[in-house]
Write a protein of this length. Structure first.
Length: 487
């Protein structure tokens, strides 16, 4: 079984020369993550066996370790690790930069160590190795009490983002005591050029249905947002795109995550949603949010009201939309919204069009969700999601309504660890730390993702909305289908 280490971490190898440290490190970590005193002797001296260069090599090692830790990079310190003062310094350094510090004890038999040393082209002097072997039992016994976050033997390891720290146990729970969780696909980019967008979207939409997704959501923006891409990247209008997807699909629900309340007249929005619902056979979902992208408003000449007025408009829209989708046409008079006639025919096929309120504000947005919406969509890590679930439950206790929790996240899914590493290397921006990029996009195997999503389900999430960073065609949907099938 492969042991999971948190990313980033500082890994201290401890054991006599020829105990197998360098061989193990090379098999478990990228070469650039390993800082070796032997290799640094070759940098500052005449070769790895140049003992006279040891002081300079260790000074350089310490400098490299300090600088890597400051950058939040996982680092493996490949020395004997026999010096207690050095070990303490590395633990302090890790704490300073909020990194886990892991010790790996290489407790190889003395005879094996001596035999390996003799087989080296340039063996460690026998007297030096004997001294290390004599010191090792004391070091080995001391490691457990020195305050390392983890003390392990040289076994297979994977360095994973904190989101996957307990995913193995959660995946086992899902196999043994499965729970349900709905999955929605989130489309936030439209690469490939305008000429190929329509067939590509059809391929992805039909692939998403085949993979088991329950819904497809698109962002409601008019230019790409800076968190995802460039303002001049190809970006499709949301509700027109959903109409196209309705023609391409048969089962998935279709909606925005989420429509900014400032972008369209509320009556017009109600008509758009009702039309989509009729033409899709009753599959429309209305996502609604406060609106935040000031630059987009400025570019298109739209008013971008202060927060208080946007909240007033949002609450009015939440109250007015069900009336617009209902029978008759009686007027609606809200705080800032005035609709003299709310007739909207044809009415939606659904008796009740679901409303998803986007945003995790605990005092205002989640309170509005508890009063008006069918689901609240929130961001954040597992702890944040669990806290917002508790806040939403309390608001629902006050209103007496049941409102689901939805969670928007990213998942880069690989079939196995090597596949995950290959995806990260291919997709990461130039100069980006692979581990940091992997953490940002939640890169993990199918099993990793099953565990992470089970933990979200345990936290109260009913629907997880997933963005797949490698979704340029339908191929990634096959790997995601393996995750979905576990739920």
């Amino acid at each position: 079984m492969t042991l999971r280490l948190p990313s980033p971490c500082l890994v201290v190898l401890a054991g006599p020369a020829a105990a197998g440290k360098s061989t193990w490190a090379a098999a478990q970590f990228p070469a650039d993550a390993i800082v070796s005193s032997d290799r640094l002797r070759a940098v500052v001296g005449s070769g790895e066996d140049d003992i006279t260069a040891s002081a300079d090599a260790f000074a350089l090692l310490e400098e490299i370790v300090v600088r890597r830790a400051a950058r939040g990079l996982t680092t493996v310190i490949d020395t004997t690790g026999l010096d207690a003062a050095r070990r303490e310094g590395w633990r302090v350094l890790a704490r300073t930069h909020r990194m886990a510090c892991v010790a790996v004890a290489f407790d190889a038999p003395a005879a094996q160590v001596r035999a390996r040393n003799r087989a080296r082209p340039h063996p460690v002097p026998a007297a030096v190795l004997t001294a290390q072997l004599r010191a090792w039992p004391g070091v080995r016994d001391a490691l457990a009490g020195e305050g390392f976050d983890l003390l392990i033997e040289p076994e297979p390891v994977r360095v994973l983002a904190p989101a996957f720290a307990t995913a193995t146990d959660a995946a086992v729970r899902q196999r043994e005591r499965p729970v349900g969780l709905r999955f929605a696909l989130h489309l936030s980019t439209f690469p490939g050029g305008a000429a190929t967008l329509a067939p590509r979207l059809r391929e992805i939409a039909t692939g998403a249905e085949a993979a088991g997704f329950d819904a497809i959501y698109v962002m409601d923006h008019f230019r790409q947002i800076p968190q995802v891409g460039r303002a001049w990247d190809d970006f499709l209008e949301s509700w027109t795109t959903l109409a196209w997807l309705a023609a391409c699909t048969e089962r998935v629900r279709l909606g925005t995550l989420v429509t900014g309340v400032t972008y369209r007249n509320t009556g017009h929005l109600a008509k758009i949603v009702a039309t989509l619902d009729v033409l899709s056979g009753g599959r429309a979902v209305c996502g609604l949010g406060l609106g935040w992208f000031a630059a987009e408003h400025a570019a298109y000449g739209w008013e971008f009201p202060p927060v208080a007025r946007r909240y007033a408009l949002l609450e009015d829209a939440l109250a007015a939309l069900p009336q617009l989708w209902g029978p008759g046409g009686k007027p609606f008079h809200g705080t800032v919204l005035d609709l003299p006639d709310t007739a909207c025919y044809p009415r939606p096929l659904q008796e009740h069009v679901p409303i998803v309120l986007g945003g995790g504000g605990e005092r205002r947005t989640l309170r509005l969700a508890a009063r008006y919406a069918d689901a609240a969509n929130v961001l954040g890590d597992l702890a944040t999601v669990a806290r917002k679930a508790a806040v939403l439950r309390e608001h629902c206790r006050v209103t007496g309504r049941a409102v689901e929790l939805s969670h928007l996240t990213t998942a880069l899914v690989g079939s196995d660890p090597a596949g995950v590493d290959a995806l990260v290397e291919r997709l990461r921006p130039r100069g980006a730390d692979p581990a940091r990029f992997a953490a940002q996009c939640h890169a993990g195997t199918v099993e990793d993702q099953i565990g992470r999503f089970r933990e979200l389900a345990d936290a109260g999430v009913a629907e997880v909305v997933v963005r797949l960073p490698d979704l340029v065609d339908a191929e990634p949907l096959g790997r995601m289908a393996q995750v979905i099938s576990a739920f």
